[in-house]
Design a protein around this ligand. Structure first.
Ligand code: THU
Length: 163
């Protein structure tokens, strides 16, 4: 049992980079996530989230949160972009996703972690492409938080495996 306990202990590794020190590609990616919030439809929460997905062919796909008068029918910015990319995943990989949020109503946390539903979708894509996804989280300040792989947030995940 103690071996199991030992194995269950996980260290989380999330690094911070100042915006100025990012590679050009990463800087463009977080800035595009910020730009994407212009297309958010969030009249109910007034919390505007943008995401940008870096594909292996160099393409960047944007997403923004889309709400609905029937609240649970809305969708997060990350999933809007990722499901769009999902149609292309036989051809390209998702290398990274950047997330940005702004709001005058709610505090935007410095460590802007995607919701667990979006993390599950990211994890699923990692499994499909057999490659990790880097997650860049920016809330407009000097620091950008970077995680290499969904495992940093979601050590366990749901999967459907045939018998
Ligand atoms: N939201 C996202 O777009 N991404 C997340 O990871 C968490 C939350 C959106 C959903 C909703 O439109 C608003 O933020 C407030 O929850």
């Amino acid at each position: 049992l103690w071996i199991l306990r030992l194995l269950l202990k996980k260290a989380v590794e999330i690094t911070t980079e100042s915006l100025a020190d990012l590679t050009t590609a990463d800087k463009v990616l977080v800035e595009k996530a910020q730009e994407a919030t212009q297309n958010s439809y969030a009249p109910y929460s007034e919390f505007y989230v943008g995401s940008s997905v870096q594909l292996s062919n160099g393409e960047v796909v944007l997403g923004s949160n889309q709400e609905n008068a029937s609240f649970p029918s809305g969708l997060c910015a990350e999933r809007v972009a990722l499901f769009y990319c999902g149609q292309e995943l036989e051809k390209h990989q998702v290398d990274a996703i950047a997330v940005f949020a702004r709001s005058n109503k709610y505090k935007v946390p410095a460590l802007l972690v995607p919701c667990a539903g979006c993390l599950q979708v990211m994890k699923d894509i990692e499994m499909r492409q057999n490659q990790r996804i880097r997650v860049l989280m920016w809330s407009g300040g000097e620091d950008v938080y970077i995680a290499n792989g969904i495992e940093q947030f979601l050590p366990f995940h749901f999967s459907l495996d045939k018998q």
